[in-house]
Ligand binder design. Structure first.
Ligand SMILES: [Ca+2]
Ligand SMILES: [Ca+2]
Ligand SMILES: [Ca+2]
Length: 405
């Protein structure tokens, strides 16, 4: 605290000299006050007022107006005393001025046009052309001829062979879009093609269709290429899926026999779909434009362990359509699944209905004819060499001989 000294000497009252001395002393006092409270601007206003009073007292012809001088001095003494008291009080510790938080830079909100932008179309590098001549073929029972009798003629070995012939709904009405008559497999340097032939009258394919591949000859499917309700005769990957059996439990404890109700998790892995892929050109499907009642697949062999070498068969399914429950005969007991065979104790169809599958054929893989589920009656099957490309040659023109009576 600054000590303020009030040096006014009451003994010195010699008119103008005395007044100048008082002014000087007031000035000294004021400088002391200002040094101890430099920011108090209202004190400056008081000093200007007091100075005006002193100048008036010293210069208005009444230099000896000691009453005015004494009054002014009393005011100053009072103020100085108050200032000294105020200075004696503890001073507030100045607090640091808070640092201003910088506001984030304002940026204009983009116009809401993103939702209106069309999704980027999948860019394909290669599109299937179509199958050439068949390398491998499978024949299957046709139920159309006994459909009016609400039964399949044969070909349903539910408990012993996981072979199904059930193109009927639970009222035993015929479902032709899932009655497989046969299948063909072909190959070019890009794709493997599989064609599933139904009755040629079929035009609506409101079912799921599948190609099952067994790469290790154990009778258990390792991959399932699956197309849901194909509705275009143009090749598309839309609604095409490739499933895999990651824990090899398809088939259950007994690969061919029913293990119901102790199925596992069937095809439990998804390798490909139109929204999940590494290769957008991996698997395709279409309605066959060259034959009525026919569905076609095209897929690369890059996802197949071992490449283009496997046993294959096909499915048509308008009922459960659930690859996670393959094989159905390991999940659904025969008495509940029902039977399409009129002389069966389980007739008619129950929980496993409106579907068909085939036996298996080898493709570029060795076999002894006794692999589980194989087509035929025990005997080596052809390993699917490409069919000879029989090109049509123009026949020689045979001259006609006009017969005369
Ligand atoms: Ca059939
Ligand atoms: Ca089984
Ligand atoms: Ca599985």
């Amino acid at each position: 605290m600054k000590q303020v000294n009030f040096l006014y000497n009451k003994g010195n009252r010699k008119h103008s000299n005395a007044n100048l001395a008082i002014l000087w002393q007031f000035t000294q006092i004021w400088m002391d006050i200002m040094q101890t409270n430099q920011t108090n601007t209202w004190l400056l206003a008081i000093w200007v007022l007091l100075l005006s009073l002193m100048i008036t007292a010293c210069t208005n012809g009444r230099p000896n107006d000691e009453a005015a001088i004494d009054a002014t001095r009393a005011l100053i003494e009072t103020y100085v005393a108050g200032t000294q008291t105020a200075n004696a009080l503890p001073q507030d510790t100045p607090t640091a001025r808070p640092t201003r938080t910088e506001l984030p830079t304002w940026t204009p909100k983009p116009a809401a046009t993103a939702e209106l932008v069309a999704p980027t179309a999948i860019q394909h590098l290669v599109v299937p052309v179509g199958p050439g001549l068949a390398w491998s073929e499978i024949a299957d029972t046709f139920s159309g001829n006994t459909a009016a009798e609400k039964r399949a003629p044969e070909g349903d070995l539910y408990t012993s062979q996981q072979l199904l012939e059930r193109p009927f709904n639970q009222a035993m009405a015929y479902v032709p879009q899932v009655d497989i008559r046969g299948a063909e497999l072909a190959k070019d340097n890009q794709f493997i093609y599989v064609t599933i032939n139904l009755d040629q009258v079929v035009q609506q394919f409101d079912a799921s269709y599948g190609v099952e591949l067994d790469v290790d000859a154990d009778g258990r499917g390792d991959y399932l290429v699956w197309a849901v309700q194909p509705d275009s005769d143009l090749w598309t990957i839309d609604k095409v899926f490739i499933y895999t059996d990651t824990n090899h439990d398809v088939g259950g404890a007994n690969v061919l026999a029913s293990d119901a109700p102790n199925g596992g998790d069937g095809f439990d892995g998804l390798l490909f779909s139109a929204s999940q892929f590494d290769d957008p050109d991996l698997a395709w499907a279409r309605i066959n434009p060259d034959r009525g009642g026919s569905i076609q697949f095209a897929f690369k062999d890059s996802f197949i362990e071992g490449g283009a070498s496997f046993f294959w068969r096909v499915w048509a399914d308008a009922g459960l359509q659930n690859p996670a429950a393959f094989y159905y005969h390991d999940f659904y007991e025969f008495s509940h699944a029902g039977s399409p065979l009129a002389d069966s104790e389980a007739y008619p169809l129950g929980t496993v209905f409106a579907l068909d599958n085939t036996c298996r054929m080898p493709f570029q893989i060795a076999n002894d004819g006794f692999e589980p589920g194989l087509c035929g009656n025990g005997g080596m099957l052809p390993t699917s060499t490409p069919a000879p490309d029989v090109s049509l040659t123009k026949l020689p023109v045979i001259p006609t001989i006009k017969l005369t009576p």
